[in-house]
Each structure stands twice: as C-alpha cells, then as structure tokens.
Design a protein around this ligand. Structure first.
Ligand SMILES: Cc1cc2nc3c(=O)[nH]c(=O)nc-3n(C[C@H](O)[C@H](O)[C@H](O)COP(=O)(O)O)c2cc1C
Length: 356
C-alpha cells in the first residue's frame, strides 16, 4: 500500500472521509450532575477535528439512569438538555469536515451500583470479574442475572440514547460491544453462563447483540452510520481471551457482517500482536471473514505504525496519542518522530485538568 493511503479519502456509507484517521472513543468522567461533559472536554473533541481527524468519536455514553454506569461522572444523551449541549459540538466537528460518532454502552457486570440510581449491577449471569474494581479497591458486586424484562429495558436504553444522538445531529452511532461491558458479557462464555436462548451456543450468546443492533438501526436513518466495536479483551481480568479461539471470533464477525451496520471497529492493545495462537493479527483475522470496512486501534503512535496498521484495515483510530497530542494528525502527516505512550500517561484524561 502506498504511503498516501493514510491521507486518501474513504467512502463510509454516505460519507466520504477525508483521510483514514479517527479519534478513538475515550471516557473522560467529566459529567457530574446533569451528565453533560465539561466544556473543555467537548472543546477537546472539536480541536481534534480542527487538527485533521476524519472521524471523532465521543466518549462512551451510558445508556440509562438505572444500571448502565460503571464510572463516576459519565455522560448520557437522553434528555433535551443533553441533546442541546451536544448540538454545537457536532456542528463544529462537521464544519471542520469531520464525521462525528456517538459511542454508547451499558457497563454490565462492570457497573458500579453505588453510582447507579437503581443501585444495581446486571449482567447475563451472576458472575463477577475476578479482579477488584481499581477505582474502589473493592470486589465488583455479583450482578443480578438479567430477566427478559431487564433485557428489553436495557435495549430501550440503547434505542433512546441513539435517538438522542440523532436529535443532536450526530453523523453516526457506535454500539460498544467490546472491553468486557454488557454486550461483550453476553458474547463471551467467560461471563455468559445462561442456559436459555441468550446463552450456550455462539448463536445464542450473539442474540442480545443482534437485538440491540436491530432495535437501534430502526431509529438510525440509513444515511447515518452505525458501527460496532469488538475486542478479545476486557478492562477487568485483562489477560483473559474473551473468545475461545480464532474460529469463535470469526463466527461473531460473520454474524456482525450480516447486520445492517457500516463498519466493525476492532479494539486491541497492540494492532500488530499475533492473535489466538496464529501468525495473524486481529485485523487480518477479522478481514478474512468480512467485507465490511474495518477500523483498527492499539499502539498506533507514528506514521510507520499508522501505515502498517492500515495494511489490514481501512481506518485507524488513536486514543492515547491523540489524547495527549493535539497536533497528532498533523505530526503524522509530517512524519514527525513521536513517542509511544503508556496507559498511566492517559490518566490525565480523568482529571479536571483541561487538555490541549
Ligand atoms: C483515557 C481513555 C479512555 C478510554 N475510553 C474508552 C471508551 O469510552 N470506549 C472505548 O471503546 N474505548 C475506550 N478506550 C480505549 C481506546 O479507545 C483504545 O481502544 C485503546 O486505548 C488502545 O488504543 P491506543 O493504543 O491508541 O491508546 C479508552 C482509552 C483511554 C486511553
């Protein structure tokens, strides 16, 4: 692939991206009270568009006021006030020629009952992560196994949040099916021990994701984007492979490819790492079984890694590098020497300190 590929346009549904670089979704925990992010956090997103990113993802927005929240001060997008707060942000991103995508999730067994108005954690099965919650130092609570009522109620939260994003003018919506949160809890046998139609076989474990996608697509017009994020790792018990093997991962990707979605976003810790004991990386394993556009993320920090990652994907996303460097896209364009950042470097994202 030529060096120009990174800065070549890419057609994603009705949108023509001006290049192949996007801002990955990043939680900022800056929304106390009204669940609206701090002014500087919203401005940060616009600045990334100004610097040339073709896609700007929001932080993961929680889908309800009941059990979805896993971290303090998270954002929501279901009240008129919240919608009004995002409108100018979306407009400013569009003015820069970038595409805005709202990512949404329910934290599932990673939820934190103390900060959820219903004081509940819910998940496919009553199994908590082995690891303690790093923010509280306490074990994660054993979640309630979700009833059919819970499942329908949670899907409504995804739909309402998508409607909020459409009302705010977002170009796209992403369903967060990665990182060990609720949808991922259903997909993975590590957290799904159900023996009803939502558990057991891969088809059954996939059912919840399917129902969420179908319900959300109904309120997302076909000229807007719907993307889905997947990963083989979760925030808690990070060393665990959430899918049994390459075949199981590919089964999920094939099922996703039959859905009315516009792209699959594959989240990794290192895009180049070989996966599932094969000599292929996650993007290659995904590409083998889908014709959907693929976004890839994980340790892409300079021009060489960006170009290399793009060999197996259509779009690259950056989190830490673009978080810590407001001119990252331009620096990539100029092939500047750039550092690799450690996870700890990104903790500044969660402080009150405005980022450049
Ligand atoms: C501060 C921070 C917040 C994050 N929040 C989210 C999030 O809300 N949703 C999500 O899907 N991933 C989230 N991630 C993961 C990133 O999107 C990305 O997948 C990961 O950091 C690897 O990319 P990188 O090596 O470019 O940082 C977050 C990462 C960081 C550093």
């Amino acid at each position: 692939m030529s060096d120009d590929n990174l800065f070549s346009p890419f057609k994603l549904n009705n949108f023509t991206l001006k290049n192949r670089i996007g801002v990955a979704p990043m939680t900022r925990m800056s929304s106390p009270g009204d669940s609206i992010p701090r002014r500087d956090v919203l401005d940060f997103l616009v600045r990334r568009a100004e610097n040339g990113a073709a896609i700007v993802y929001t932080e993961a927005i929680v889908t309800d006021y009941e059990s979805a929240q896993g971290y303090p001060k998270q954002a929501r997008l279901i009240t008129q006030r919240q919608i009004e707060a995002w409108k100018p942000v979306v407009e400013a991103i569009r003015k820069e020629g970038a595409v805005s995508i709202m990512q949404m999730f329910h934290c599932g067994r990673m939820a934190w009952p103390e900060i959820n108005p219903a004081a509940r954690a819910i998940a496919p099965s009553a199994v908590s992560p082995k690891q303690k919650n790093p923010l509280t130092g306490e074990p994660y609570p054993v979640p309630d196994s979700m009833s059919t009522f819970d499942i329908e109620h949670v899907i409504t939260g995804f739909v309402e949040t998508a409607r909020g994003a459409i009302a705010a003018g977002f170009d796209g919506i992403e369903i967060h099916g990665a990182h060990g949160y609720l949808i991922n809890n259903f997909l993975s046998s590590y957290s799904n021990r159900r023996n009803d139609e939502y558990g057991g076989s891969v088809d059954n474990r996939y059912r919840f994701a399917h129902e969420v996608i179908q319900a959300v697509r109904r309120v997302v017009p076909t000229d807007r984007l719907l993307t889905f994020r997947v990963s083989n790792w979760g925030i808690a018990d990070m060393e665990v492979s959430l899918y049994a093997d390459k075949m199981e991962w590919q089964q999920i990707i094939k099922m996703l490819s039959a859905e009315p979605i516009d792209a699959i976003s594959v989240s990794t810790y290192d895009y180049s790492a070989k996966a599932f004991g094969t000599d292929q990386n996650m993007a290659q394993i995904t590409r083998q079984v889908t014709n959907l556009p693929i976004m890839i993320c994980g340790k892409i920090y300079d021009r060489a890694t960006a170009e290399d990652a793009l060999r197996d994907a259509d779009i690259i996303l950056s989190a830490k590098s673009i978080l810590l460097n407001p001119t990252w896209v331009d620096d990539i364009r100029r092939s500047r020497e750039l550092p690799v950042h450690k996870s700890e470097d990104a903790n500044v994202a969660y402080t009150d300190e405005p980022l450049a």
